[in-house]
Structure formats: structure tokens, C-alpha cells
Design a protein around this ligand. Structure first.
Ligand SMILES: Nc1ncnc2c1ncn2[C@@H]1O[C@H](COP(=O)(O)OP(=O)(O)O)[C@@H](O)[C@H]1O
Ligand SMILES: [Mg+2]
Length: 397
């Protein structure tokens, strides 16, 4: 009961008057805009909030058409909730924007019926949702912006990844080219001697023939020598071809053999520069991985040691290779006495394209390639440090 309990008993008339005042207070206390209209859209009553919003008094509003007051129109709009309510007999909810009341409103429209149950009027409770809608719109716009940003970010990441992949594949291509260049060089070195020898045999045959000194036995012997040399040449081709055979699956292989093959690969060019190779350590070290790639990584390191030794003009150039390991693990160190690597360059020698060599042939990718092979493909570790007047590379697999 809203009506305060009176101190003195009230007459029925006074009681009704109090109740009316009470109801009017309540009606006016509601901050939503409330108005009641008759079947003809004529305003019967408005609360204070509605009057204030319209800039008129409740008395001034009473008797005016709601579409005039609310929409500034001369007749009700097509979406008129009051019309719908009368037509359907059901309460209505509607949202509308109006310049007259400066905003967006959500309105609940309920029927007022007479004793016979016929609708005689409707009560409209309109809540100003301008701010709410504005912030919803703002949130939606921000959300959309965020989504677009995300989409943009995704595509930018995809682009960057593609670019990196592309760069990676370019680097890998260059690695292959560089390895191919080494291969051709090495073949040239390997063939120089036997080709010279064949040349000498052919010349001596010619001389012997011209001076009528050539016996059948001598001819047979020279031909046998030549065939042997040709066989050597043919063998080196097979060796190199096997070397560059791409390995699909990892396999168990002998580290000692891989080291020996790598040394053999670069031996002619080391010999021609007077560089000695000393190998020491344990025998029969086996690991699982890619033997050809492993040997390629090692060759890159030995070739660098050779370059450093040539560059440094050291008196007794030596490359010392040491093998140790066991239980499926191995450690191979390659040490030279070529003066080592500048301390400030040490962290960068494995970076792609890092080179300190003046020669146009230097690519700066062979150590990057070695690092990839050992660490990415074989889960091992490749490290470098300066030791005793030279650089020491350690390959752990
Ligand atoms: N044994 C070494 N002694 C001195 N410096 C080395 C040695 N190995 C590598 N480096 C340095 O690392 C750099 C990068 O080597 P690498 O990736 O093989 O490229 P590149 O041989 O084409 O320069 C070399 O330019 C050199 O400065
Ligand atoms: Mg190199």
C-alpha cells in the first residue's frame, strides 16, 4: 500500500483524492516517457518526463494528436504501434527515431480496455535508448574495425610468411648452386692428375710409335694403364653422383666414413695449397641422419678452413679433425690454424649472406646451410669458437 496510513480516519472522498495524488506522483516519477492516447491517436494524458521532453506542459499536450507531437506528422505513420495494437489486440514493442523528441526510443504499448474488454485507449511507455544505441553502434563499428584489422593482420602475416618461405627457398637454391660449384671445382681438381697422366701416356705412345720402339706388349701395358685411369675417373663421377643423391629418409651411418668422404672430396684442392689434414679420435662412431647432407656440412666447414689458411699465409697450414662419441651420438671438431674469426663476427658467421671474403665467388651461405643441415634436419648442434690461433667448428649429432 503506497498511501501513508493517515493519523486520523479519512472520508471516502479524501481517501480517493489521496490515492489519485499518489498515483499522479508515481506516474510523474517514472523517467520513461509515458502517454496515453485514445483510439483516435489523441493524447489523453502524459507524465512529467514526456511533457518535459516535448517542452510543453501536460495540459498543453492533452488533446493533441500523438503523431503530431511525436513525429511532427499530419497522420500516423505506417509502423504506428497503436494501430497495430488495435488491430491485433496484442501489446506491441517498437523502436523509432524522432527529431521532435531528439532521439531513439524503445516503446512498449499496452491496451487499456473497458469493462466489456474492448480497447478504448493505449498506454505508451517510451525509453530513450539513444545513448545505448549509439554506444552499441560504436562497439559494432569498433568490432568491425577490429575484425578488419585482424583480417588485414592475418593476410599480412600470411604475406610475410610467404615472403620468408620464398626467401628460404631462394637461399636453399643458392645453397644448392654453391654446393654444385664446389662439386665442379672438386671434380676439376680430381680429374686434373689422371687426365694429365692419360695425356702423357698418349704422347709416349706416339713417340714410341714414331721411333718404331712400340711393341705389342708395351701397347697392351699402356692401354691397361689408361683403362685403369679411366676407371678412376669414372669412379669419381659415381662418388660425386652418390654424394649429391638426395636422401629422403634418415639412416644409420658411420661418422668416420662421412668425415673420410668429405676430406676426400676436398683433398685435391687442399693438396694444391699445401694444407695438411690430421684426423684423430674414435673409430666406428655411428649416428642416425642424412650422411650426404652431413658430409656436405662438413665440406663447407673444411672449405672455409682452407680459405682461412690460404688467406693467412701461415707457415704450416693444418686442419685437425677429431671424432668422438658413442651411443648414437657424435662430436666432430674441425680446427685450423688460420688465425680464427674476429670476435665481433663470431655471432654472425651462420647468418645467410654473411661473408668477409672479398672474392666475388663468396656467397656467405655455406655456414648457414651447414647450420640448417645439422640443427634443423638432424636435430644436432653446430657451434664455433676461436681456439689456439684458429677457428674450431664443432658438429654434434
Ligand atoms: N675457419 C674459419 N676461419 C676464419 N673465418 C671463418 C672460418 N670459417 C668461416 N669463417 C668466416 O665466416 C664467414 C662465413 O662463411 P660462409 O658462410 O662459409 O660464407 P663464405 O665462405 O662464402 O664467406 C666467412 O666469410 C669468414 O669470415
Ligand atoms: Mg664458405
Amino acid at each position: 500500500m503506497l498511501i501513508e496510513k493517515p493519523d486520523v480516519p479519512l472520508s471516502e472522498h479524501e481517501y480517493i483524492l489521496r490515492a489519485k495524488q499518489e498515483w499522479e506522483h508515481t506516474f510523474d516519477a517514472v523517467t520513461d516517457l509515458i502517454f496515453i492516447i485514445d483510439l483516435d491517436h489523441t493524447i489523453i494524458r502524459v507524465n512529467r518526463a514526456m511533457a518535459e521532453r516535448c517542452g510543453l506542459t501536460a495540459q498543453e499536450l492533452a488533446g493533441r494528436k500523438c503523431f503530431d507531437v511525436i513525429h511532427g506528422a499530419t497522420c500516423y505513420p505506417a509502423y504506428c504501434s497503436h494501430e497495430r495494437l488495435v488491430e491485433s489486440g496484442e501489446p506491441q514493442t517498437i523502436e523509432f527515431e524522432t527529431e521532435q523528441l531528439h532521439g531513439t526510443f524503445e516503446a512498449f504499448v499496452s491496451p487499456i480496455r473497458n469493462d466489456a474488454g474492448h480497447i478504448i485507449a493505449s498506454v505508451h511507455v517510451a525509453r530513450d535508448v539513444t545513448e545505448k544505441r549509439r554506444s552499441e553502434q560504436l562497439v559494432a563499428a569498433q568490432q568491425k574495425q577490429l575484425e578488419e584489422f585482424n583480417k588485414d593482420l592475418e593476410s599480412r602475416i600470411a604475406e610475410a610468411v610467404a615472403e620468408l618461405r620464398n626467401k628460404d627457398s631462394i637461399i636453399m637454391q643458392q645453397c644448392r648452386l654453391s654446393a654444385m660449384g664446389d662439386l665442379v671445382n672438386s671434380i676439376a681438381h680430381h680429374w686434373r692428375q689422371p687426365l694429365n697422366n692419360i695425356g702423357l701416356i698418349v704422347q709416349s705412345l706416339q713417340l714410341a710409335y714414331k721411333s718404331n720402339d712400340l711393341t705389342v706388349d708395351e701397347l697392351d701395358a699402356e692401354i691397361a694403364d689408361t683403362m685403369e685411369i679411366l676407371q678412376q675417373i669414372s669412379d669419381t663421377i659415381d662418388d660425386f653422383r652418390n654424394f649429391f643423391h638426395h636422401e629422403e629418409e634418415p639412416c644409420s651411418f658411420s661418422v668416420n666414413e662421412a668425415v673420410a668422404r668429405s676430406i676426400n672430396f676436398v683433398m685435391p684442392s687442399l693438396n694444391s695449397k699445401g694444407i695438411k689434414v690430421v684426423t684423430a679420435g674414435q673409430a666406428d662412431i655411428n649416428v642416425v641422419g642424412y650422411p650426404n647432407e652431413y658430409a656436405q656440412a662438413l665440406i663447407n666447414i673444411i672449405v672455409n678452413a682452407r680459405d682461412a689458411l690460404v688467406e693467412s699465409h701461415v707457415g704450416k697450414p693444418v686442419i685437425s679433425i677429431s671424432i668422438s662419441g658413442g651411443d648414437g651420438r657424435s662430436s666432430v671438431t674441425v680446427l685450423d690454424n688460420g688465425g680464427g674469426i674476429d670476435e665481433e663476427d663470431l655471432p654472425r658467421v651462420f647468418d645467410p649472406y654473411f661473408t668477409t671474403k672479398k672474392s666475388g665467388k663468396a656467397t656467405g651461405i655455406s655456414l648457414y646451410m651447414s647450420k640448417m643441415i645439422i640443427e634443423k634436419n638432424m636435430n644436432g648442434c653446430l657451434a664455433v669458437r676461436n681456439v689456439d690461433g684458429g677457428a674450431e667448428f664443432r658438429i654434434e649429432v
